[in-house]
Design a protein. Structure first.
Lengths: 262, 279
């Protein structure tokens, strides 16, 4: 019994310590954005790597998710004679929920792992120490540009995913379900309110922050050689994905209350 | 007992030390487990080369990182250029580190940057004009005889070449202190001698004080018994029985500094561990 209590005590302390470390890390990463020197070239490079690099998977995911939504919903709605609402269903689902979450998960799988492995490799080969020895703050040079770039690019990628998702839904509705295209787009447009778009575009700001800070955090805390790099990479993807799903729930609740009072 | 000679650097005169370049006062540090360093005190004076010896895993690299403020001690005080760095904020430490040069164990070159960008990194961070950066990178690479690697990536260099590029990166900003972390570790004897020659060249030509970590006795004694001949452009042995008086030794064992003194004192020590270590 005493042994079990010791284990719980130790685990709780480790978890609290990890949360404390992550919070401090986030604070340093954000505060570094507002202190000179600013690495604009590195920010642009990261925007290219994260934003442009993730574009193909985001386009494909968005388009086919929209298509599947239209396929599934058209069949269900037809049972009630409400097939005309397919556009409304697709656009609301994509813009409020699926585009931000799926884009977040895709970018997390691609970039949180990339950040963790890149920074982790730099840690185990002493490149981070070398950077500090050369008078450069790794938080400013490596972490802050990734955080800013991920937040900005995930926001833009989500808009791309919203557009492609709606387009995918329209393609399926018109080509496969033989619906009227004008009807689809009119229904999709009329269903959308300011609060829906605001909800859908608020989420990626948080998800981008989660992806970059978790990826960089696990990368910078890597220890134990190449095996440690692998471990950090896996942890970064798992933790950022879980935090995105969990964060989505919390954000949805908060945003619904904020915009609809529900 | 061999006679000591004081070698004067060719370009910089050695002055009477006013304050040490590095000063450790009762420094202790532990991670998880037993202490890595315990009550370590020593100093590096201007113009001095101090060689830190000890078996592998004894905390030599940790001590070097403490000297540069990359790690912080649990207790004790560390002074760099007369300023206490023990609890100095990171922003101030970064400025302080601009005055030092550090060569890491495996070179620690940035693998995504070319040799030019690695060597000129500190100058690029200072936003110097490109012409000036290029010129100084060429000079630094010429010093380590690797000018032809200018456009190459670190991955295409041999282990010895990477260390030489790391030395070029460390000296490009004309540091006031050089820290070498096992610069010959894992290299073959011929390449090790080339690295030793570069370190001796830096010591004798520029007179930069340094703290050098190694577990290779041969390197340590080469430092003490050789000088750089600028006319010949190579390292030559000192006359029989003479040693470099500005080169002295520190020995770490089980986290404690068990020796701090000259080459003669080290060789003549009765300490059983030192005798075994030097055997």
């Amino acid at each position: 019994m005493a042994f079990a209590l010791d284990q719980i005590d130790s685990l709780a302390k480790r978890m609290l310590f990890a949360v404390q470390e992550y919070t401090l890390f986030c604070w340093q990463g954000v505060s570094s954005l507002f202190r000179a020197p600013h690495y604009w070239a590195d920010i642009m490079t990261q925007c290219d790597l994260i934003g442009v690099g993730s574009l193909p998977i985001v386009v494909l995911t968005g388009f086919f998710t929209g298509g599947v939504l239209a396929l599934q919903s058209a069949a269900s709605l037809a049972q009630f004679g409400a097939q005309a609402y397919t556009g409304r269903f697709v656009s609301l689902s994509m813009i409020r929920e699926l585009a931000p979450v799926l884009t977040g998960l895709m970018v997390s799988g691609r970039n949180a792992s990339g950040m963790a492995s890149e920074l982790g490799s730099m840690v185990v080969t002493e490149q981070i120490d070398a950077m500090r020895a050369l008078g450069t703050d790794p938080m400013k040079k490596l972490v802050s540009p990734r955080v800013l770039a991920t937040v900005v690019m995930l926001f833009l990628l989500t808009i791309v995913s919203d557009t492609l998702g709606t387009a995918g839904g329209a393609f399926v509705a018109v080509v496969i379900s033989k619906q009227n295209g004008t009807q689809f787009f009119t229904s999709a447009y009329q269903a959308l309110g300011y609060d829906d778009i605001a909800q859908g575009l608020t989420k990626p700001l948080f998800f981008g922050f989660i992806i970059a800070t978790v990826g960089c955090f696990f990368g910078m805390k890597t220890s134990g050689g190449t095996q440690g790099v692998g471990r950090s990479t896996t942890q970064a993807v798992v933790v950022s994905s879980v935090l995105i799903i969990f964060g989505d729930f919390i954000l949805s609740r908060a945003l619904l209350w904020l915009y609809s009072g529900v | 007992m061999p006679d000591s000679i004081l070698l004067q650097p060719e370009t910089v005169a050695v002055e009477t030390p006013a304050q040490p370049v590095v000063l450790f006062e009762h420094v202790s540090l532990r991670f998880d487990g037993p202490p890595v360093l315990e009550d370590v005190s020593f100093r590096v004076e201007k113009g001095e080369t101090r060689i830190l010896l000890g078996p592998a895993g004894v905390g030599k690299s940790v001590l070097l990182k403490l000297a540069n403020g990359i790690l912080r001690p649990d207790s004790g005080r560390i002074f760099l250029f007369g300023e206490e760095i023990t609890a100095m904020p990171e922003d101030e430490l970064l400025k302080m580190r601009m005055r030092t040069g550090m060569v890491f164990q495996e070179g620690a070159l940035f693998d995504s940057l070319t040799v030019r960008d690695n060597v000129g990194y500190q100058l690029m961070e200072q936003h110097l004009p490109i012409d000036q950066i290029d010129q100084r990178v060429h000079e630094a690479l010429r010093f380590v005889e690797l000018e032809h690697t200018y456009e190459m990536l670190p991955a295409s260099l041999s282990g010895g070449m990477r260390r030489r590029v790391a030395i070029a990166r460390a000296i490009i900003n004309q540091p006031e202190l050089l820290l070498y972390d096992s610069p010959t570790g894992g290299l073959d004897p011929v390449t090790s001698t080339t690295i030793d020659e570069l370190i001796i060249k830096e010591r004798d030509v520029y007179g930069t004080p340094s703290l050098l970590v190694t577990h290779r006795l041969q390197d340590a004694f080469t430092m003490a018994t050789h000088r750089f001949d600028s006319e010949k452009g190579e390292m030559v042995p000192l006359p029989q029985g003479q040693i470099n008086a500005l080169t002295s030794f520190l020995v770490l064992h089980q986290g404690r500094l068990i020796f701090d003194g000259s080459t003669e004192a080290l060789v003549g020590s009765d300490d059983p561990f030192l005798k075994e270590f030097l055997a």
